[in-house]
Ligand binder design. Sequence first.
Ligand code: C2E
Ligand code: MG
Ligand code: MG
Ligand code: MG
Length: 280
Amino acid sequence: EAKARGKNTYRFFSQDLNDAANERLLIESQLREAIRDQQFLLYYQPKIDLSDETLIGYEALIRWLRPDNTLVPPNRFIHVAESTGLIVPIGEWIILEACRFLARQHSRGYAVSVSINLSVRQFNDEQLTATIERIIQRTGVDPAYLVFEITESMLMGDTDAAIKQLNQLKRLGVSLSIDDFGTGYSSLNYLKRFPVDELKIDRSFVKDIPEDQNDMDIVAAIIAMAQKMQLRVVAEGVESEAQAEFLKQNACYLVQGYYFSMPLAEQELSHLTFSIKTQG
Ligand code: C2E
Ligand code: MG
Ligand code: MG
Ligand code: MG
C-alpha cells in the first residue's frame, strides 16, 4: 500500500512540476507578446505626508492588461519576468514611463516624487545607472524627485557590489529606499553601510495595528531607529484611521495605503481630494 501511495505521490508530484513548467513557458511567451504589443501599464499609489495632509508623491506599480481585458497583478508575472531576464526590458520601460509621468506632473506645477520598484536582475545589471541616466536626460526630469525602491535581500549577497551600485545610483541625484523593511535579514550593521535615504516599513507589521502590541513595538522601534540614522521612514499598507493615528503619534508621517488611496491609473488621479505639494 505504501509503495502504491509512493508511486501515486510521485506521479502527482511530477505532474505538478510539469504543470508549473508549462505555466511558466506560457507566461514567458505571453510576456514577450506583452512587451511587443505594449500591454503593460503603471498604476500610481499616493504617498501622503500626515504632518500637513498633502500628497507628496506616488509609487509606480506595474499592471499587465491582457488582450482579453484581464488586469494581471505583478505577483502573477514579475517572478517569471525576473527568471527569464525579461524584467530588464520591462524594467526599462517602467523607468521611462514613470519618468514621463513625473515630467507631466511637474509641468502642471506639482512638486511630487515618483518611487520606482527595482527587481534583483535590474539591480545587478551593470548598465542600470547608465540606463537611468539616459532616461533622465531624455525626459528632462529632475532626479531629486526620483526614488528607487530595493529590498534587503538584494543587498545581502555581494555587499561590496551592492554598495558600489547604490553609490553609482546616488551620484545621479536620485534617492534610494529599502522596501518591505523588516522582512529581510539585513543587520543594522549593514544598514549603516548602505547609502540609502528611506525605509519603508513592511505592510505585515502595520496590518494588525492597533490590536497587536508586538507589531506596534516593532514599528515604533523601526521609526526610532530610522530617526537616529537620519533616514526617512514610510509606512506601507495603512488601511485604517487607527493605524494612521498610531503612526502619526509615533512620528511616522509618510504613509501609503488603501485608507488614503488604492493605486490608480493616471487618468483617475484627478479625482483625488488631497492638496498636492506645488513647486516654489
Ligand atoms: P510593493 O512594492 O511592496 O508594493 C506595495 C503593494 O501593496 C502593491 O501591490 C500595492 O497595491 C499594495 N498595497 C498598497 N496599499 C495597500 C493596503 O493598504 N493594503 C494592502 N493589502 N495592500 C496594499 P501590487 O501593486 O500588487 O504589487 C505587489 C508587488 O509587486 C510590489 O510590492 C513590488 O514588489 C512588485 N511590483 C509592483 N510593481 C513593480 C514594478 O514596476 N517593478 C518591479 N520590479 N516590481 C513591482
Ligand atoms: Mg514598493
Ligand atoms: Mg513595499
Ligand atoms: Mg510590500
